[in-house]
Design a protein around this ligand. Structure first.
Ligand SMILES: Nc1nc2c(c(=O)[nH]1)N[C@H]1C(S)=C(S)[C@@H](COP(=O)(O)O)O[C@H]1N2
Ligand SMILES: [Mo]
Length: 204
């Protein structure tokens, strides 16, 4: 093959490989995944457009070292991939392949103080929810940034969504901007309106 042909082949590969990496993963290790794109939306204010240049994820409250991280700084941390089920109180469940940073790794960077027992998750539009710090140290709990191989978008919760296997969907806060460590449990948006602050997805 002449050198020009090799060059052409190389060019085609260079341009098509990144595009291929953006294709949605539909089945993972034999598990059929729910679709990334849906035409319904049940969030309190609809999809949010979070500004990317100025974005910072804050981790503060009862920590030794408050954090303020850019999207890229979070993505530079080691990541994991897990197929997980997210059940909404409305009755539907999605099975999705999430990629993200283990929450315990992020929390370790901030260093929870001894009095910290709870983490409140604050979202761009004012939504909030919380879980016990202990419950967030599990292997599959993550700050998710990809679903089925695709980055979260405005509908899915760009930049980050809490992935909390075993908990109902309203604990899976999207458009995250701040993690706040507190000494006592707090109620979030739905919890203040009567929903369980435990939100166990038992049997779902
Ligand atoms: N910021 C924010 N996060 C949110 C909500 C919301 O209204 N605002 N809704 C919650 C509820 S009730 C569910 S069921 C899931 C839906 O998430 P999904 O887009 O991953 O299906 O998001 C949760 N996270
Ligand atoms: Mo939900």
């Amino acid at each position: 093959m002449p050198a020009t042909a090799w060059l052409a082949l190389l060019a085609v590969l260079c341009f098509s490989l990144p595009a291929a990496a953006q294709t949605e993963i539909k089945t993972f290790e034999g598990v059929k995944l729910s679709p990334y794109h849906r035409d319904y939306d049940n969030s309190i204010c609809g999809p949010q457009k979070v500004e990317s240049a100025s974005y910072r994820l804050k981790v503060d409250g009862l920590v030794e070292k408050p954090l303020s991280l850019s999207y890229q700084q979070v993505l530079a941390l080691p990541s994991i991939r897990e197929v997980v089920k997210m059940p909404c109180v409305e009755g539907w469940t999605e099975t999705l392949l999430y990629q993200g940073v283990r929450l315990r790794e992020l929390l370790a960077l901030a260093g929870p103080k001894a009095q910290a027992t709870w983490v409140m998750f604050h979202s761009a539009e004012g939504y909030s929810t919380g879980l016990p710090l202990k419950r967030l140290l599990g292997d599959k709990v993550m700050l998710g940034y990809k679903i089925n191989g695709l980055p979260l978008d405005a509908a899915r919760g760009w930049p980050f969504q809490l992935v909390a296997p075993g908990k109902l969907g309203y604990k899976w806060a999207k458009w995250l901007v701040r993690l706040e460590l507190t000494a006592e449990p707090q109620k979030g948006y739905w919890e203040k309106r009567g929903y369980s602050n435990t939100a166990d997805a038992a049997g779902r």
